[in-house]
Write a protein that binds this ligand. Structure first.
Ligand SMILES: *Cc1c(COP(=O)(O)O)cnc(C)c1O
Length: 572
């Protein structure tokens, strides 16, 4: 096969490639997919590597009490991908595990292709247990996880070589999950140079090729494995003698491995860059990692609702090729923005009513809150004082709220948040109607981020690294009402692109105090600004809607983001 000499290999544990392929859990996978889609648009020579996950993440069911259960979400690889001929192997606990690969092709808007390589170990040659290693995304314990990371990192590099990708100029680790690829690159180099083991020089050479993006300050997002476990599974302990690269206090920390073996490291928003620099500096040293930031974006053509695609085609020709031209949205007449939104709202409300057997209408101010149900996202903040919320709705203007999002299968605290919201429904009465939508996924995200009136986000700062659903909303003319964290610090201009929550709340408060303060601020903003603007100052609201497109969609897109990666990390 003929491949361009300078190619970027983008490794990610999850990539949302197609609405019919359930191999993503949330923002990380969506971002990876949008990155690949924009890379294809920009004709970046890139190949993406991930795992196949035959049974997906999971389908979320909520019982009548609101408790989440999970079902496998199997999909047919053959109807989306084609199998590639090579086989490679990795060693797991001394067993040889065979890997094959499937190719899914991402096509850019001018026809350039970025192949996504999906690794699969479900082969008759492998043991029953090993065959399950590429069945589920985040579907097992830490041992299952480490085995998957070996397949992704080590197996991924071997598969690329077998497919003829010999000239990879950059290996991009999208989150630390892929960091074992750097170990394989070290081994490769030592092997080429006929050495028994790698040395400092190899470390420098590998570093020049690697790029690392860290995605969360939440500790659970950073994989750590006891060294003993790692030696047993990898079948070697020689690597840990290189302390400055591999070791931190008896464990292999994938984040530090990626940091130590990358020449360019970034967080996913300006604030997240700062937070990561502080968080990842080892306590007992003066050593600071150089951590830059590249703010996330979304792939505009993927997330624009049909009525907005039509509007953009008419008023901003070429918007897909040049995302920064979205600033010309300021030329679109306000009534046209209103009509496009109305169409998107009708679609979303009808679908939500159908799926949830609900009775939402299209006149009422509709608030959307949908994302993974991790506790730091504080989905329940809006409902923390139900009496107050009822009072606001009956005094100032009615509300309906659409919630959605899956909790990680082993996150009982996240599941309890969902349950509490579901159980709040009866308590809130007719002025605040709420729905918790089951199985929030790509398709529902498209409908909701275009079809509500206000997009709500209430994370506990500084834990929201970026957030991207608010960007999808902005593209479809939906202002955010959000705590100032992640991308919103950059995207919020008060009463111009939306509204901030808790801007005067103390940053060093305890989580309980902070939640209290943010909730007060949220209620005040709703009562004094958001609800009155929506019901009584229609043109002001429409102007804000148009601003979100012009000011935020023109910047918070993956076209701009990938161009930053090109300039700072890929071809610098
Ligand atoms: C965009 C998206 C997310 C990410 O939402 P955040 O705002 O980053 O929390 C999660 N899930 C789905 C299905 C999405 O489309």
């Amino acid at each position: 096969m003929n491949h361009p000499r300078e190619i970027v290999a983008y490794f990610s544990m999850e990539i949302a490639l197609d609405p019919g392929i359930p191999t993503y859990s949330g923002g990380l996978g969506m971002l990876a997919g949008d990155t690949v889609r924009s890379a294809a648009d920009l004709k970046v020579p890139m190949v993406a590597v991930t795992l196949l996950y035959r049974h997906g993440y999971f389908r979320q069911k909520l019982d009548s009490s609101g408790w989440q259960t999970e079902e496998a979400m199997s999909w047919d690889a053959q109807s989306f991908c084609h199998e590639l001929p090579p086989r490679v192997e990795v060693s797991i606990e001394g067993r040889t595990v065979q890997l094959r690969a499937w190719r899914y092709t991402v096509k850019g808007n001018s026809g350039h292709e970025v192949p996504a390589i999906l690794l699969d170990v479900d082969l008759p040659e492998n043991s029953e247990w090993d065959r399950r290693l590429t069945h589920y995304l985040y579907g097992g314990d830490s041992h299952y996880r480490l085995c998957q990371e070996i397949i992704l990192g080590i197996g991924g590099v071997r598969m690329l070589r077998a497919l003829g990708y010999h000239e990879v100029c950059r290996f991009h680790m999208n989150e630390g999950h892929a960091a074992l690829l750097a170990l394989e690159l070290l081994d490769e180099r030592a092997h080429w140079l006929h050495r028994e083991s790698f040395n400092e020089e190899d470390v420098l050479a590998v570093k020049r090729r690697c790029v690392f993006t860290t995605h969360t300050p939440v500790p659970a997002g950073h994989d750590r494995f006891p060294l003993e476990h790692v030696s047993q599974v990898l079948g070697r302990s020689d690597v840990f003698t290189m302390h400055q690269v591999f070791c931190c206090e008896g464990e292999l920390n994938m984040t530090y491995l990626a940091l130590n073996l990358s020449h360019y490291v970034n967080g996913v928003a300006k604030k997240h860059g700062e937070v990561s620099r502080q968080m990842l500096t080892p306590r007992d040293t003066e050593h600071h990692y150089q951590i830059d930031s590249i703010t996330n974006g979304i792939h505009l053509a993927t997330w624009a609702a049909p009525s907005f695609v039509d509007l953009f085609n008419r008023y901003i020709p070429g918007w897909r090729e040049d995302n920064s031209s979205m600033r010309y949205a300021l030329r679109i007449p306000l009534e046209e923005v209103g009509r496009a939104h109305e169409a998107a709202k009708v679609r979303a409300v009808e679908e939500v009513n159908r799926r949830a057997n609900a009775d939402l209408d299209t006149e009422t101010l509709t608030v959307g809150f949908a994302r993974r149900a991790a506790t730091y996202k504080r989905a329940d903040l809006l409902l923390s004082d139900p009496q107050r919320l009822k009072g606001i709705a009956s005094g100032t203007g009615r509300l309906q709220v659409i919630f959605g999002g899956k909790a990680h299968p082993r996150d009982d605290a996240g599941k309890r948040v969902i349950q509490q919201i579901v159980q709040m429904r009866a308590l809130l009465g007719p002025d605040v109607r709420i729905v918790y939508l089951e199985n929030y996924d790509w398709e529902m995200a498209c409908l909701l981020t275009a079809g509500v009136d206000v997009w709500l986000n209430t994370p506990q700062p500084p834990l929201e690294a970026s957030g991207t659903s608010g960007m999808k909303a902005a593209l479809n003319g939906i202002p955010s009402l959000s705590v100032l964290d992640g991308w919103w610090i950059e995207g919020c201009i008060e009463e111009v692109t939306g509204w901030a929550i808790g801007e005067t709340c103390p940053v060093d408060a305890t989580p309980e105090h902070r939640a209290n303060c943010d909730a007060q601020s949220l209620y005040q903003k709703l009562e004094r600004v958001v609800i009155p603007t929506f019901y009584q100052r229609r043109d002001d609201f429409l102007r804000i809607m148009r601003n979100t497109i012009a000011l935020n969609a023109s910047h918070f897109n993956t076209q701009r983001m990938v161009q930053e990666y090109i300039a700072k990390a890929y071809f610098e």
